[in-house]
Write a protein that binds this ligand. Structure first.
Ligand SMILES: Cc1cc2nc3c(=O)[nH]c(=O)nc-3n(C[C@H](O)[C@H](O)[C@H](O)COP(=O)(O)OP(=O)(O)OC[C@H]3O[C@@H](n4cnc5c(N)ncnc54)[C@H](O)[C@@H]3O)c2cc1C
Length: 420
């Protein structure tokens, strides 16, 4: 797409902050707050109005935050504001199933006690995460928030990066960050191509309350038309991420509440006793979309703008927070050494750090979804044997647990809970 309204950069243009962050969803705010700890200032621009972003009904998702992500939130001073509303994830049970038939005898069971690091992660509702981010940004003198403003054009040069808002106002920074989600305009305007495809699936998302306690156990049932995740929330509540084919999901979403629960019950089972809806219902179309490059001149992509994956393993936001921690680490180190934080060399360090990890995540989530979202008897036998094998070998089990907790690979400092 052309960049018709773009404002060319000149030295006389006032520098508003070190970083211009397009997208104030989740990864943009996390980056601004982590960068502030490293002494870098940010302007965070989001197209949505503040009221919409603070509306508790705005987004029904809850996130399975890996232990490493919780450590990052703690290192940037946010965890105290979240801890009371976060549900520790103590065990994960993965089962192959068919609606109405109950689970197959093959399963995987991961218990946090096997790695002695604490819970594998925490379930946090989107609304709490969003409030904590907004409040912390508001209180931080290094962060300027611009709500209800859409970026329509951008320009970068060795002098810095400039964005143009729909109002015509221009803002100049040293580095432009695209955290504007799966359909990133920042990437598109920089002519960064993407690779990906739709899954023909939609995630039905809601919170439910149930009679019996969940004991901190997360369940993943692999059903022929897509996975069903039952994720423990505080109290006797769980978050449901129920992936179905697009057509079926549309039909289910249109049902009244009681019929919706009737449709859910055969897959859900009765192990938590009677169930009720505990909030609104939402849908999310599912696709894979990876940016072919995470950087361009004076520009870096983070979060879903860099990589939008299937929620099958609950890893999208965790991967975005790893981007945040890695990018802030390379930029603050560069700043301390007297390097230019937006130089190609510095941004390349970020890309090198994140590319391999992201490709692995994309391949893993894609393969899992293809392997499990069908009823082919040969594949079913193969995956059941695979699950039985992983479950019976303690070292394999521990590898999976460390992976789910986000403790594998070359972790940036913030993800180990250390300050920058
Ligand atoms: C059903 C489902 C369940 C999930 N569960 C989990 C989970 O358990 N664990 C996990 O780790 N991840 C999970 N994820 C993934 C997670 O939701 C995403 O990775 C995360 O929300 C991405 O955040 P983001 O900030 O990168 O992008 P977004 O949240 O998409 O934010 C982008 C922001 O950019 C703004 N914007 C866009 N264009 C412009 C513009 N031109 N100007 C100004 N602003 C703009 C938008 O208004 C928006 O606020 C799940 C995803 C789905 C769909």
């Amino acid at each position: 797409m052309d960049n018709p309204a773009r404002a060319p950069i000149s030295k006389t243009m006032k520098l508003v902050s070190d970083l211009i962050i397009v997208g104030g969803g989740l990864n943009g705010p996390a980056l601004a707050l982590a960068a502030a700890q490293g002494g870098l200032s940010s302007t965070v621009i989001d197209a949505l109005a503040l009221d919409t972003r603070k509306d508790p009904k705005f987004d029904g998702r809850s996130y399975a935050l890996a232990l490493a992500s919780q450590r990052l939130l703690s290192a940037i001073g946010l965890w105290d504001g979240l801890a009371d509303d976060a549900q520790p994830m103590l065990e994960i049970k993965v089962t192959d199933g068919r609606a109405g038939e109950g689970p197959s005898p093959f399963f995987m069971h991961f218990d946090h006690a096997e790695i002695e690091e604490g819970p594998m992660g925490y379930l946090v509702e989107d609304r709490y995460l969003r409030y904590v981010f907004l409040d912390a940004m508001d209180a931080n003198p290094l962060i300027t928030l611009r709500h209800n403003e859409t970026v329509v054009a951008q320009d970068t040069s060795p002098l810095g990066a400039v964005v143009t808002l729909a109002s015509g106002e221009t803002l100049r920074g040293r580095v432009l960050i695209g955290s504007d989600g799966r359909r990133s305009g920042t990437a598109e305007r920089a002519k960064i191509k993407r690779t990906g495809w739709g899954y023909g699936q939609t995630a039905l998302v809601c919170a439910i309350s149930h009679e019996k306690p969940h004991n901190g156990i997360a369940h993943q049932f692999f059903m022929p038309s897509g996975p069903l995740a039952i994720l423990p929330l505080t109290g006797n509540r769980s978050s449901i991420v129920w992936s179905e084919t697009e057509v079926k999901a549309k039909r289910i979403h249109a049902l009244p509440d009681a019929k919706y629960l009737d449709a859910l019950r055969p897959a859900f089972g009765d192990f938590l006793g009677g169930i009720k809806l505990a909030g609104q219902r939402f849908t999310y179309p599912l696709n894979l979309t990876i940016a072919n490059n995470f950087i361009a001149e004076r520009l870096a992509l983070i979060g879903d703008a860099a990589h939008g994956v299937h929620p099958i393993a609950g890893q999208g936001l965790n991967a975005g927070l790893r981007d945040v921690a890695a990018l802030v680490e390379v930029m603050t180190l560069a700043q301390r050494r007297g390097e230019d934080i937006g130089s190609p060399l510095v941004l390349e360090r970020y890309q090198q750090w994140r590319r391999f990890d992201t490709a692995t995540l994309a391949i893993a989530t894609d393969t899992f979804n293809r392997l499990f979202s069908n009823d082919n008897p040969i594949l079913r036998m193969g995956r059941d044997l695979g699950m039985g094998l992983v479950n019976s070998v303690p070292s394999l089990r521990r590898t999976f647990i460390r992976e789910a907790a986000g403790l594998t690979g070359d972790l940036p400092k913030l993800m180990t809970g250390r300050q920058l």
